[in-house]
Design a protein around this ligand. Structure first.
Ligand SMILES: C[S@@+](CC[C@H](N)C(=O)[O-])C[C@H]1O[C@@H](n2cnc3c(N)ncnc32)[C@H](O)[C@@H]1O
Length: 429
């Protein structure tokens, strides 16, 4: 792994989760998933965990991924659009499924993934297929990067999202919606979001195979998954939950109202079909298959489009959102550093997200280990995503004396992000 790749993974370690998803699809007998893993050099022992009906650890997670994959792919196909913008693509074999069906494919993900995935796909495709495939580095909090990806192909786009928003903070999820609305308004198309009802499709599978133990098993498997992505950083991950029977669950009505208040229409496309067929049915009993089919009647992919009649109006009651994130598009990202008597003086300008934060981390590492104090001036920093916060945390943690860390000049947006993520306790004193 080269130095850049290491920096990219350090600022946003979620690419690991995409490898896990791919391993699960390989275990669900998707040959192309296995081929990609082999090209990535992943050892056989790390791929196969032997899925049989007695396996209550890997089997439900594998079924969850295959169910989501099958349901989303079918909905993409039915959308009728000619271009699929896979956001984020991870290392998915979708690229083959849809180019074989004649669609244009735009794979979008963080640099760590795209740098590794795009040469692999280039090595697995012929010239005709290559004409239909594009990859682009995108951070979903960064509109310019999303727009550049969408513009790689003319005409409307079907944006498909699976397995992303659990790794975003509430602010970032909000920003994703704002960016998608802008892109759909400009290009036309739709956003198929499989993530809104994440809890529901997990529960559909876990209830089918584990009955009363569903929640217990689900919580155990989620711990492992979020550990990989370092999502412990994300406090207060969702502001659209309600309490029911002493538990916090997503408030789907409120989420739909939020979309509506921002000019987005929601149509719910059920996972269920009479002819639903998974390759992993061969590792399930007839009773489990029947229960799963029944449970999927209540799970949906959200098909989101721009409301043509939308006019800015008063916010919908009870649908509070984080305030709009203000950005100065003319302020390019820049980091200036100087060291004097062990004190590192840093000034950050522009947006600090997954695409730019590696630069700060690199400069910090170059400053060496003799640093005893850090001052960071963020008065020109327009926005910080969780990747940027992660770098600030690495810097903070490197100091023996935490009081020698000082961050000054946070604007209202940055301050709000730090407060909602719980980072204010470290940085804003
Ligand atoms: C669980 S994987 C899912 C990937 C793919 N959709 C699939 O099903 O295989 C999550 C992906 O989200 C990507 N990701 C996380 N944060 C992101 C961000 N801010 N912008 C773009 N991609 C992001 C990660 O790099 C990772 O590839």
């Amino acid at each position: 792994m080269n130095e850049n790749q290491e920096l990219n993974i350090a600022v946003n370690p979620t690419s690991n989760t995409a490898i896990t998803t791919l391993i699960m699809l390989a275990n669900a007998h998707y040959d192309k998933a296995l081929e990609i893993l082999e090209k990535m050099g992943i050892e056989k022992e790390k791929i196969f965990h032997g899925v049989d009906s007695s396996d209550m650890i890997n089997r439900p997670s594998d079924i969850v991924r295959e169910l989501r994959y099958v349901a989303l792919n079918r909905t993409i196909e039915e959308s009728g659009f000619k271009t699929l913008m896979d956001l984020p693509c991870g290392y998915t074999p979708k690229v083959f499924d849809f180019t074989e069906k004649g669609m244009q494919y735009i794979g979008c993900d963080l640099p760590a993934v795209i740098n590794e995935f795009s040469p692999i796909i280039a090595s697995m495709t012929d010239d005709e297929q290559k004409k239909k495939i594009n990859f682009r580095v995108v951070d979903v909090t960064n509109y310019e990067s999303m727009k550049a990806a969408a513009d790689m192909v003319d005409g409307p786009v079907c944006i498909a999202t699976e397995g992303l928003t659990v790794y975003l903070t509430a602010d970032e999820t909000h920003q994703l919606g704002v960016n998608i609305r802008r892109i759909l308004s400009e290009k036309g198309g739709c956003w198929l979001n499989a993530d809104v009802e994440t809890l529901e499709y997990y529960m559909a599978v876990y209830r089918a195979v584990a009955g009363d133990k569903a929640m217990e098993l689900l919580l155990a498997s989620r711990k492992g998954f979020s550990g990989q992505a370092d999502t412990d950083l994300h406090k207060n991950n969702s502001n659209v939950v309600k309490e029911s029977a002493g538990k916090l669950t997503p408030d789907y009505k409120k989420i739909e109202a939020l979309y509506k208040s921002r000019g987005l229409l929601v149509e719910k496309v059920p996972y269920y079909r009479d002819d639903l067929k998974l390759q992993l049915f061969d590792a399930m009993t007839d009773e489990e298959i029947e229960k799963l089919k029944e449970n999927t009647k209540h799970v949906n992919i959200w098909k989101i489009t721009v409301d043509p009649d939308f006019r800015e109006s008063a916010p919908v009651a009870g649908a509070d959102a984080p305030s709009e994130i203000l950005m100065d598009p003319d302020l390019p990202f820049d980091v200036q550093c100087s060291v004097s008597d062990g004190l590192l003086d840093v000034s950050v300008q522009g947006r600090m997200d997954t695409l730019t934060a590696p630069e700060l981390l690199k400069k910090f590492q170059e400053a060496g280990s003799a640093i005893t104090g850090i001052h960071i001036d963020v008065s020109k920093m327009a926005y910080v995503s969780s990747a940027g916060l992660r770098v600030l945390l690495i810097m903070y943690k490197s100091l023996k004396d935490k009081d020698s860390f000082e961050l000054t000049g946070a604007n209202a947006t940055v301050r709000e992000i730090m407060e909602t993520t719980g980072f204010d306790q470290f940085f804003l004193k």
